[in-house]
Ligand binder design. Structure first.
Ligand code: DX5
Ligand code: ZN
Length: 221
């Protein structure tokens, strides 16, 4: 479980050639495709939906697609993403009336379920649902945009969640999202993350393989 997974956020990819971008980043060594869904309601931006997820599958993408829902309400879009080929579906507790029900809904559609905590969301939202989760996603920026700076308080939060996951002894991934770069990923890994979303750091780099390799080396160091 502690193996390091790199999940490039396609939010920073060139949408005019998305299939090629995803092929290239996977060939460059990425593990997952991080798929940011924004609705201009829960967050102040608008991105992509199930049709684009399905198009990536039809294009031939077989890697896990890690869907990060920044939409409200959550439940009615879950079946569409499952049918479109999502592997993991994560949502924000503030966007769901019934968090436990949404987790069950995601699993009932054959996907893994993740809960996303914003920078100011307290950890007690995990109290009664952590054992049901496949993934906890900690936001290290406020959701809505790529290219923001990493919020340092996320490091302490990562340590606390890592501790809770380890005490529980279940194979729950701990993912971090926002401002992750090759030069801060070592500290983020040391705080307990095992799955790393990076958008601008990868897609704005001239050589995807080089930046992914540098990230892996920093995590291993
Ligand atoms: C923000 C998104 C992130 C974002 C990460 O709401 O959830 O996935 O695209 O982008 P960077 O790595 O540029 O901060
Ligand atoms: Zn995201």
């Amino acid at each position: 479980m502690s193996s390091c997974l790199i999940a490039p956020s396609i939010l920073s990819a060139n949408f005019a050639k998305l299939g090629e971008e995803v092929d290239n980043v996977l060939a460059a060594g990425a593990d997952w495709v991080h798929f940011d869904v924004m609705d201009n309601h829960y967050v102040p931006n608008l991105t992509i939906g199930p049709l684009v997820c399905e198009a990536l599958r039809k294009h031939g993408v077989t890697a896990p697609i890690d869907v990060h829902l920044m939409v409200k309400p959550v439940d009615r879009i879950v079946p569409d993403f499952a049918a479109a080929g999502a592997s993991i579906i994560s949502f924000h507790p503030e966007a769901s009336e019934h968090v436990h029900r949404t987790v069950q809904l995601i699993k009932s559609h054959g996907c893994q379920a993740g809960l996303v905590l914003n920078p100011a969301t307290p950890l007690d939202v995990l109290d009664y649902v952590l054992p049901e989760l496949d993934l906890v996603l900690l936001m290290s920026v406020n959701p809505g945009f790529g290219g923001q700076a990493f919020i340092p308080s996320a490091l302490d939060k990562l340590k606390r969640v890592r501790d809770r996951i380890d005490k529980l002894g279940k194979p729950i991934r701990l993912e971090i999202d926002g401002g992750v770069k090759a030069d801060n990923i070592a500290a983020i890994a040391a705080a307990g993350a095992d799955t790393f979303v990076a958008g601008s750091a990868i897609f704005n780099a001239p050589d995807y393989a080089d930046v992914i390799a540098r990230m892996r080396a920093a995590v291993a160091s």
